[in-house]
Ligand binder design. Structure first.
Ligand SMILES: CC(C)(COP(=O)(O)OP(=O)(O)OC[C@H]1O[C@@H](n2cnc3c(N)ncnc32)[C@H](O)[C@@H]1OP(=O)(O)O)[C@@H](O)C(=O)NCCC(=O)NCCS
Length: 272
């Protein structure tokens, strides 16, 4: 059962696997991996039972995600083998492998040479409350500035990805009226996923976060970097709870790419 590259025709089966794990990704998310990256996996009777996705970015690194093994096939080193193939692919492309690990994933990644960079927490909570003064809806004219701000914070330019998020949910995209900062959100399978949120100052990030949560309806997920303790406290006051933790890790490297002092909410563990 050696992992191989999967064809896009298997997208529905991949989505069934991530849904089985309770994850939030949609068919649109999986189509990004098939369209702009590579999906590896093990297929049994036409159904993916293990997957992993590799998405090269232009900042000298590449993202690994969707590392998933169906419960009945766990503990047989499928996760490790898929990771090894992802590492080979990124080595071929000359990119440093980076990922956001769940605690289960961390046990697989550490022995393979991944090192911790910083922690993130997925907060889950209720939406609503309206949009505060000081932010406005993002328009097409704001996209270039948002892409540049994201590149500084994240370490790679992601125009296609961010443009795709904006296209999926333009009503959830905001920028600061004065200053550099933006927030995007996209519908997920379970909840609206807020992120990325990039700003230069914590008070600006707070306004953008308030706007994104205030505009949303239904449940919301967001992956906040752990250094932003006052934002975490604000989320708790609003009734948000911690759902899980993630650890950003890079292969053989401790220093984060980009500038984490500008990165508040990540795009999600599948995209970084
Ligand atoms: C994480 C996951 C992909 C691992 O897949 P897997 O095929 O079961 O992992 P492997 O068999 O390759 O395990 C590799 C090592 O990690 C250890 N390990 C894996 N999961 C573990 C767990 N939950 N608890 C303790 N050790 C674990 C294994 O014992 C093994 O160690 P060994 O080499 O000393 O035997 C799988 O458990 C899974 O799909 N979990 C839910 C989704 C998830 O969290 N994915 C990670 C996203 S970052």
């Amino acid at each position: 059962m050696a992992p191989t590259e999967l064809d896009a025709a298997l997208l529905p089966g991949c989505l069934a696997l991530s849904a089985e794990a309770g994850w939030n990704q949609t068919a649109e998310d999986w189509s990004v991996f098939f369209g702009r990256g590579t999906v590896f996996g093990v297929v049994e009777d036409g159904r993916p039972v293990a997957t992993g996705a590799v998405l090269p970015y232009d900042g000298g690194f590449g993202w690994i995600s969707m590392v998933l093994v169906t419960p009945a096939r766990r503990g047989r080193r499928l996760g490790t083998r898929i990771l090894e193939i992802g590492l080979e692919e990124l080595a071929r492309l000359g990119r440093v492998p980076v990922l956001d690990a769940t605690p289960a994933g961390e046990r697989v990644y550490r022995p393979l040479g991944f090192r911790p960079q910083f922690g993130l927490t997925r907060w889950q909570g209720p939406s609503g409350g309206g949009v505060p003064a000081g932010v406005r809806a993002m328009s097409m004219h704001d996209v270039a500035a948002a892409v540049a701000a994201d590149a500084l914070a994240f370490g790679a330019e992601r125009a296609l990805l961010l443009g795709g998020f904006l296209g999926r949910a333009p009503e959830h995209a905001f920028v600061l009226e004065n200053g550099v900062g933006f927030v995007l959100a996209r519908p997920g399978r379970v909840a609206l996923q807020i992120g990325p949120l990039v700003a230069e100052r914590e008070e600006d990030a707070w306004l953008l976060l308030e706007a994104a949560v205030g505009r949303a309806t239904g449940p919301v997920f967001l992956d906040l970097a752990d250094r932003w303790e006052s934002l975490a406290a604000w989320l708790q006051e609003r009734g948000f709870v911690k759902q899980r933790s993630f650890l950003r890790m890079a292969h053989g490297r401790d220093t984060p790419f980009g500038d984490p002092s500008r990165l508040f909410v990540a795009a999600g563990p599948e995209f970084g």
